[in-house]
Design a protein around this ligand. Structure first.
Ligand code: ADE
Length: 335
């Protein structure tokens, strides 16, 4: 792709960059590395629309990395509730404490990569956006843009190293942060997986997928394996106007998060009847969680959560939905 295409992309970004709470406007000094880091971690598996209000609330509560480093684990995990992929929140806490202890973020991609939970993508994104360093910032959106530009039809997973080399060759030495975010915006708003808006694209005259007449066919979709079902039992233990909650073990799915108590998840469905059931999609399986009433807590490790404040208990979505399902069913029976 000619250098003029990068210039067109940056000009397009100057005119149409999305205004996002963690961003500096195009051409302006870089944003706070704390904001860049936090937003990139939140955006790893979660959409911009979902992240925006959660990001704002988070930085209002902990405006600096030192403030976050000093926060109790349970408060940070509760603030993360509903965003999913809770290993991110546990790594976030570890990373905040390490960065606060060393007196600030390292400024190179290589050093950033050594921080807890920072993968290749996040390290490159922070180096480019917060520190203006040339770095190859490549996520699925960027992979799709590059694949289309070069007319690569194979599924992304099969072309990954080639796409990285092509992305590297495209990356300019100047305006590292704006370029990285211009590519992200292009992938999110114009070069969408379905219905790409090629007439609005500053790169269409260089794009082999566009020239083919069927840009959407590039790259070929991922072959999706069927997600297996797993099963879980959650116990509904109620006393007065409160329900018994526990903290899950630190390791494993939903590690260290607040939860309804219950048995280990299994591959075989349990026998009913149940107070309520919900299905929840995780990345590698769907969990059918069935709620069963029990008279008393099995041990002392937990707490009575008033139902009036269940919304702020920090329950991840799976358990928040299970609680909701029990309460909805009860209201229906009472009506
Ligand atoms: N997705 C991941 N990082 C992003 C960013 N900085 N801006 C917009 N979308 C993103």
């Amino acid at each position: 792709m000619p250098a003029s295409a990068v210039k067109r992309l940056l000009n397009h970004y100057d005119r149409s960059a999305r205004s996002l709470p963690w961003r500096s406007p195009p051409g302006r000094p870089a944003p706070d590395p704390y904001a860049v880091w936090l937003s990139e971690v939140m955006l790893q598996q979660t959409t911009v629309a979902t992240v925006m209000p959660r990001f704002r609330r988070f930085v209002e509560r902990w405006p600096t990395i030192e403030a976050l480093a000093a926060a109790p684990d349970e408060e940070v995990l509760a603030e993360w509730a509903g965003l999913g992929y809770y290993a991110r929140a546990r790594n976030l806490i570890a990373c905040a404490r390490e960065v606060a202890a060393r007196g600030g973020f390292p400024t190179t991609e290589v050093e950033l990569r050594k921080l807890p939970g920072l993968g290749a993508y996040t390290a490159a994104a922070i180096a480019a956006i917060a520190f203006g360093q040339r770095a190859v910032v490549i996520d699925t959106n960027v992979e799709r843009v590059v694949a289309r530009l070069h007319g690569i039809a194979r599924p992304i997973a099969e072309a990954r190293s080639e796409l990285r080399a092509l992305a590297d060759a495209l990356t300019p030495n100047e305006r590292a942060g704006d370029y990285a975010q211009a590519m992200m915006d292009l992938g999110a708003t114009i070069c969408r997986p379905k219905n790409p808006n090629c007439t609005a694209c500053p790169l269409s005259s260089d794009c082999l997928a566009f020239a083919s007449g069927t840009p959407e066919a590039f790259p070929a979709p991922k072959v999706r394996a069927e997600r297996p079902h797993r099963h879980g039992i959650a116990w509904w233990i109620e006393q007065g106007d409160a329900v018994w909650l526990v903290r899950r073990p630190a390791k494993g799915m939903l590690g260290a998060m607040a939860a309804l108590p219950g048995a280990d998840w299994t591959d075989e469905p349990p026998a009913g009847p149940f107070l309520a059931s919900v299905s929840h999609g995780f990345s590698h399986f769907t969990l059918d969680l069935h709620v069963v009433a029990r008279p008393a807590p099995p041990d002392r490790e937990g707490w009575w959560q008033p139902l009036a404040t269940i919304d702020v208990a920090g329950l991840p979505t799976l358990y928040a939905r299970a609680v909701e399902a029990v309460l909805v069913r009860r209201n229906a029976l009472a009506a």
